[in-house]
Design a protein around this ligand. Sequence first.
Ligand code: CP
Ligand code: NVA
Length: 318
Amino acid sequence: PGDTLMKHYLQFKDFRAEEYAYLFERARIIKSRFKNYEKYQPLADRTLAMIFEKASTRTRVSFEAGMYQMGGSVVHLTTGDSQLGRAEPVEDSARVISRMVDIVMIRTFGQDKLNTFAAHSRVPVINGLTNEFHPCQILADLFTYLEHRAPVGARGYDLGCLQGKVVAWVGDGNNMANTWLQAAEILGFTVHVSTPGGYEVDPAVAGISDRACYKVFDNPLEACRGAHLVTTDVWTSMGYEAENEARIKAFADWCVDAEMMAVAQPDALFMHCLPAHRGEEVTAEVIDGPQSVVWDEAENRMHVQKALMEYLLLGRIG
Ligand code: CP
Ligand code: NVA
């Protein structure tokens, strides 16, 4: 695509509500084709470069399997086995890699590095997780919520059903929390955020202008009261390992348990982007219980990212 038309997906707010409605409908169609063993290969001869500066299971498998299913190929790079780990400037890496592939996914530390790569890339760039954001995960989480809770109309899922809903975020004010806030601002729901002191979300980092999209609760149980979705994440994100001991102490009361689920809506869903630590941020009873949709959530990474790559490379279909 020409530069003027080219889009990146660097944070959730890069797309409008109407684009999300389109992507969720494409993801629904693409998923149903996959489930029916129908071949769908619109990305034949296209190549995705995946750059990992942090570990991954789901992100790698979902992008790699998804790209092959759509007829394309992937190149997998890590800091350790490329010149990225030997201080080649990110601008130069972007210029070179983007002359040879059609789309790039990056998992790295600071969002600024991702932004710099995108600014020097000839092809679309996708955020596969940064310290600040994890938009592909929230794309999958919202799709999973809609799959479980929204009727399918003639034009797909009605995003209007998200209006006024409450998502309880229990735990760290991290990349996932920031991305939930952006999604709330765009799609019209509210996030009830409860974090220990010192680990709050920062609206400036989260990149939201309207503070009405979230409410802060000191007590995690109160954050969960009446929630339609309860969600959490690891206490120590990748890159923050040195703080692990302090975090284990600070987060002890921020474990999602049956009592928190009991004060949420009776049909509330539980989500976790995974990997999970049973007995830390969530009890085994909750994550392995009937309200948990974590396995659908993980699988849906692949379906939504296939829709995302199709959109970034081919624009709207039909
Ligand atoms: N949820 C998620 O991004 O998982 P990975 O770290 O395994 O990719
Ligand atoms: N917040 C976690 C998410 C892992 C998928 C991290 O950044 O490590």
